[in-house]
Structure formats: C-alpha cells, structure tokens
Design a protein around this ligand. Structure first.
Ligand SMILES: *[C@@H]1O[C@H](CO)[C@@H](O)[C@H](O)[C@H]1NC(C)=O
Ligand SMILES: *[C@@H]1O[C@H](CO)[C@@H](O)[C@H](O)[C@H]1NC(C)=O
Ligand SMILES: *[C@@H]1O[C@H](CO)[C@@H](O)[C@H](O)[C@H]1NC(C)=O
Ligand SMILES: *[C@@H]1O[C@H](CO)[C@@H](O)[C@H](O)[C@H]1NC(C)=O
Ligand SMILES: *[C@@H]1O[C@H](CO)[C@@H](O)[C@H](O)[C@H]1NC(C)=O
Ligand SMILES: *[C@@H]1O[C@H](CO)[C@@H](O)[C@H](O)[C@H]1NC(C)=O
Ligand SMILES: CC(=O)N[C@H]1CO[C@H](CO)[C@@H](O)[C@@H]1O
Length: 227
C-alpha cells in the first residue's frame, strides 16, 4: 500500500520535475535567457560579459552569442578582427534568424575607420546558410576609368553617401538573385571591386538608392543543428 502510494506521488510529480528542469536549463542560474528583445534558447547560448556566467548550456562555439550592452545578441564573424552580426530575431520553429552585418554599417558611420571589407557569406560559420529566399545587393568600388563607364549603366545607382570610397566611382546594384554558389560573375564589372551583401527577399522591388536601409534591414539565415 505504502509503495503504491509513493509510485503514485512520483508519477504525479514527474512531469512537474521535468518542467522545472527545462526551465532551469533555459534560464541557468542568475541570468536571463533574454538579450534585448531576443530570447536565447538551445542551440544558442551566451556568456554574460559582466558576470562571466553562461546562459543556457554551453554547446557548439558556432552558436555562442554575446549579449551586447544588454541591447542585442551578437553573432561573431568567422573572420578575425571583423565586426559580427546583430541578431534581430530568432524563429526556433523555422530554425531561422534575421541578422544585420555590422561591418557593412561602417560604410555609413562617420566615426569608423575604413577597414577591409569582406563578402558577408565568407564570415559565416558552416552551420549557417543564407536563406535562399534572399536577394543580393552588390556594391562596387571602381577606378576612375571604370567609374566613368559604370555611370552610364542605368541599373547602377551611385553610392553618394558611402564612406571609404570615392563616391563618384562607387555604385550599388540591387535585386540580384541570391546565388548559393557565390558565383556572381555575370555581375562583375572590370576595374571595380565588388562586395556582395544579402538582403531580404521582400526587397525584390526595392530601389537600389535605398541601399542603406536594405543593408540595415538585414537578411535571414537558417541553421543546421551541431553534430
Ligand atoms: C524591441 O521590440 C520593440 C517592439 O517590437 C521595439 O520597439 C524595440 O525597438 C525593440 N528593441 C530592440 C533593441 O530591438
Ligand atoms: C547601451 O544601451 C543603452 C540603453 O539601452 C543606450 O542608451 C546606449 O547608447 C547603449 N550603448 C552603446 C554603446 O550602444
Ligand atoms: C565578393 O564576391 C564577388 C563575387 O563572387 C567577388 O567578385 C569579389 O571579389 C568578392 N569580394 C571580396 C572582397 O572578397
Ligand atoms: C574621385 O573621383 C573623381 C572622378 O573620377 C575624381 O575627379 C576625383 O579626383 C576623385 N577624388 C579623390 C579624392 O580621389
Ligand atoms: C575602394 O578603393 C580604394 C582604392 O582602391 C581603396 O583605398 C578603398 O579602401 C576601397 N574601399 C572599399 C570600401 O573597399
Ligand atoms: C529610385 O529612387 C531615386 C531617388 O529617390 C529616384 O530618383 C528614382 O526615380 C527611383 N527609381 C525607381 C526605378 O523608382
Ligand atoms: C529572386 C530570387 O532569388 N528568388 C528565389 C528565392 O528562392 C527561391 C527558393 O530557392 C527561388 O525559387 C527563387 O527563384
């Protein structure tokens, strides 16, 4: 009789115990699993820079975020000394997140130094894929000669507010279909350095002269679970 009672109590409590454990795993001790507006759950985890404590269970390095100034989670760049990505939101159901390439924003900030720019795709860890329902924006930094030719091209917009370039010879092209292979040879311009930035698929009809807003709006990534 006594034993049966214990089993009953145990069976009744068990779901409750599971729920408590899950909540503890999500929140960890003494730290919130929220950074700004974004909820951090498995497989993502982060270390609180101030307390040094981990939120969530430390897992794969590629999924480690840093909570920047309590404002937004930062996904690091896999290129050293390069600003990472600001995470704007995460959909755990769709395994997708929207991020903004912070180093590209340096092209609009007066105070920043002009560091070398990398294509966004090379800065992402292999677990992440740029969502194919994306478009690309290509920015060109041209020599004077090539700039004179590019100014004749109707679909190119002059990047008049871009820093770190001679704005007379810098151009932007929007609405380029996203190419998973990264082969944008069809859009190469002789005498111009090209930089490819993914933008949201919903920007299909966007005007290239809105390049700053397009870059600030970010783009979607999907992730594969770590092994
Ligand atoms: C958080 O979300 C609110 C409402 O959606 C928005 O107004 C606010 O700007 C967001 N904050 C950050 C840091 O993204
Ligand atoms: C840090 O966050 C506070 C409040 O959210 C904001 O006022 C401040 O500008 C932020 N600092 C930086 C360096 O972003
Ligand atoms: C970016 O990618 C384009 C297209 O593949 C390539 O032509 C260009 O050289 C790359 N730029 C950099 C800075 O790597
Ligand atoms: C920028 O390009 C224009 C046109 O090619 C040229 O006249 C000007 O000297 C350049 N400015 C600088 C600072 O190189
Ligand atoms: C643009 O080209 C000039 C001259 O080659 C270079 O000094 C500058 O760093 C380049 N800017 C960017 C953003 O690539
Ligand atoms: C894009 O915007 C620019 C400046 O706002 C405007 O002059 C141009 O007509 C627009 N192009 C299209 C195709 O709407
Ligand atoms: C404009 C563009 O690139 N559209 C593509 C978005 O992704 C879907 C799925 O891969 C493609 O079918 C579209 O062509």
């Amino acid at each position: 009789m006594h034993g049966r009672f214990l089993i009953l109590v145990w069976a009744w409590c068990f779901p409750l115990m599971l729920a408590v454990t899950a909540a503890e795993e999500q929140q960890g001790e003494g730290c919130s699993a929220k950074c700004g507006n974004v909820t951090i759950l498995n497989p993502f985890w982060f270390t609180d820079l101030e307390t040094g404590r981990s939120c969530g269970s430390p897992g794969s390095r590629d999924f480690e975020l840093t909570c920047y100034n309590g404002s937004y989670p930062l996904l690091p760049s896999s290129v050293p000394n390069n600003a990472g990505f600001a995470v704007m939101d995460i959909s755990y159901r769709e395994r997708s997140l929207r991020i903004v390439d912070l180093s590209k924003l340096e092209l609009f900030q007066v105070s920043s130094s002009c560091l070398p720019m990398w294509n966004t795709s090379v800065k992402l860890a292999p677990q992440f894929r740029i969502d194919p329902i994306n478009l690309s924006l290509i920015s060109y930094n041209c020599t004077e000669e090539a700039g004179a030719a590019a100014r004749q091209e109707k679909e190119l917009v002059q990047a008049t507010t871009m820093r770190c370039v001679n704005t007379s010879n810098a151009f932007v092209r929007a609405g380029v279909p996203y190419d998973p292979a990264g082969d944008y040879a069809g859009y190469a311009l002789e005498g111009c350095d090209a930089l490819v930035v993914p933008v949201l698929g919903s920007s299909a009809r966007a005007n290239a002269s809105d390049y700053e807003r397009l870059i600030r709006d970010g783009f979607h990534l999907t992730w594969e679970l770590p092994p």
